[in-house]
Design a protein. Sequence first.
Lengths: 224, 279, 236
Amino acid sequence: MTLARAAGVILSKELRTEFRSRELLGTTVVFVLIVIVLFSFTFNPTSSESRRFGPGLLWLAFLFAGSLMLQSSFVREQTNDTLAALRLAPIDPFSILAGKMAANFLFLLLVEVILLPVFAVLYNVAILPVLGPLLVVLALGTIGLAATGTVFSAVAAQARLRELLLPLLLLPVLAPVLIASTEATVGILRDPSELSLVWLTFLFCFDVVFLTAAWMVGEYLLEE
Amino acid sequence: MRWSVVARNNCCAIWSRAEPSRVSTPPASSPNGSPGGGPSLGLSIQINEVEKRYGMRLALRGVTLSIAAGECVALVGHNGSGKTTLLKIAAQLTRPSRGKIAFHAGENPISLEEVKNRVGLVGHHTLLYEELTAEENLIFFAKLFGLENPPGKAREALQPVGLSGRATDLVRTFSRGMRQRLSIARALLASPGLLLLDEAGTGLDPEGQQWLGAAIKRLRDSGCTILMSTHGRNETQGAVTRAIRLDGGKITHDSGPGGDPHKILVMAAVRDSGEESAS
Amino acid sequence: MATEAQAQQTGRAVISVPSIALVFLLLAAASYGALIWSPTENTMGLVQRIFYFHVSSAWSGFVSFVLVFIGSIAYLRTRALKWDWLSVASAEVGVAFFTIVLVTGPIWAKPVWGIWWTWDARLTSSFLLWVLFVSYLVLRTLVDEPERRALVSAVFGIFAALDIPLVYFSIWWFRTQHPQPVIGDGGKLDSRMGWVLLLTWAAMLGVMTVLIRLRYRLEALRAEVDAYRMEASRNA
């Protein structure tokens, strides 16, 4: 069975499982909402201040939410040791990671898309005119978050204190994504034509580097 | 690479009450079949000086073992003696720290990747997704094993384990016994040549154990190689042709390919019940 | 026999007295050069001398982390634990060097700029690298089994090391967009300063090598003890 096909089967299983209960998505959305509200107490959200500080806080909220949510990806496979069932199947071990990465990417993107209008309303930021470029930045940043986060949750699954460990591992590594996404978003909100090619290319490079690294070494994490 | 028509015919024969030995096999057109015809379902295993270390703990020490196709081997021993580790190595869930394991179908050696297509495992855990229905679980695994017509295979597999009526119910709502039966159905989806059972009888009531014992017998009769770890004496041991006792990661007794396994089984049962009454 | 092979490896990691003496000499020469021989800088005065150690520590820390990368890859390919020993030794030494960078930065900044910290490119990158490899070390404390620990550390180590250039670039580009006072600058370098800098680099690299070898040896000895214990339990 090809890698892509196996990953696709696993992706649809992840989607089906999550959309049945929607508990992870729901909880994550609420969490990001709380963070956004709390952030509003830390500065005066006038329009110009929001455009400067808002994107950074929004991306921080996404990163925090991601690092909490991604852990469940592998914890769920530990309940009935279904990870063993996946490893028994005649598939490339990386396809397990790939399927989960794709699922996590879609979940995170969904959370972000749901919360973007909420953010825009609460902080008086006009996002509709720049929706296209904004979604591009969201997608590129989220790929980095999902890819790295899925690999690190496989790492954390083998250690103690995994709920604390995942953010500890993930957030420093994702600092460049935070910088790039925030700067790109600030630029777009300030002036739509200011879509920074430098930052976008950077995000793209980040994604390529870490997806390649995940492909080369990720499967070793699934061994016993 | 996909399992041949031969195996599928045999699989149907196992589950219907037809005599498995009467299933006709197509001539040597099947990629995995032995030239002389006849089901080549069972795999043979050669385990050579295998050692498995977990940190400081040696779970298996220098185990050498050869299991022929079609044997039904019982592994006995207390908890921690290495039974589960040996089964995991046979399932390729874990690699030996030292030594080698090899598989053959008839005369031909099979690559370790190919073997994955032909092994079924029923483990300590159910290996099932609680949030999916019985049918969805089986369809998922059928797809991963590259089987044709996954929904059809799933429905077929539910029938012999008596779960057809609960196909669209979430596994979360199943009793222990039902989960065990579904787990067994999952292991048998791809018509394996090697079936590994890790205390598969626990959690089943006496009727369930009887059913499992009969199912194992039918599988053995159709040529499938079976390696099962058991505890105490129970109904699932009826089809056993060989018994091996493990203690502290080493083989202490082996009734051998042609021998009588019952002495070892009885001895194990006595010891196990002795332990139970002592604790 | 596993234990004999390991004993040989440990033996090879013994530090020779001449090499320690050489490093001491280099360090002494560099210190003399930095503190006495090099000219006092015009604008910043005496405190500028710390720049030699600040910059060379950053370099040595960087080299240490490259060694973590190499050790991690080598472990995944060969599964020989000695590469894991190299990785952990290099990571710890790297963290130590970056601690020096993070401490000497404010020591320099306060008299010169009047503030303890500025988020300039070098200092910020150093901070992030320091955090990254502290995370690496924390990860190691949370996994008990040696092979599993080596495996997960190797994977994380590779990701962390690949992150380094991305960290540097993103922070550098960010700073060019939003300029700030620069701490890591030596001011105008005349030729004597250049020589001293080179000397200090060499000295720091020497210190790095000695420390990594010592730490590697410690790890190797631990593994040897474990191997003997394993033999004992196997024969029991």
